[in-house]
Design a protein. Sequence first.
Length: 196
Amino acid sequence: MRRRLRAPLAALGLLALGGCNWYYNTLPSPDDLMKLVPWFDHMITSPAIHPYKRSDLPRNTVAGSIPITKTEADWGAEWAAGTWAPADKIVNPTDPAATLAAGDSLYHIYCTVCHGPAGAANGTVTPKVGAPSLLTAKARGLSDGHVYSLIRYGRGVMPRYGDKIVKPAERWAVVNYLRKLQADQPLPTAAPGGSK
């Protein structure tokens, strides 16, 4: 009787060994199944569920978390309506010299393609989109808050970059770098017709 079982057991063992790939590739992992359980009954008693009911727990903000206070104000509605006063009142809070390296990098990532490497409207896509020069008297006359708002919300052919350059300090770095580009270039001379 042992001899009769030996051959089928050996065949079953070979089949099981040969089917390992099927088992590992097809059947879900128990770890994946745990994600299907929405809630365990005992979790409601965990102190992590109600962390602020106790006064002895630290309430330090975790690095990288989304702030719920001290967020940047939103003047997008006024900006879209063409009201520039809120933007013009904004004062640049950064040290321009300390942000030039970051501004250089961000400008060349996001701005050069339209405005050119020096801001002279000679970028790769300038003829197609009609991006203006950043070296004109009009561009130099814009307040830092206005330029910051252009970066954040966009206007005309300028798309909004507030969703790409997310941190306010990085937007200010671009403003500071633009001011450096403007300071490095002489003001364009007036054309014979009087326009600049």
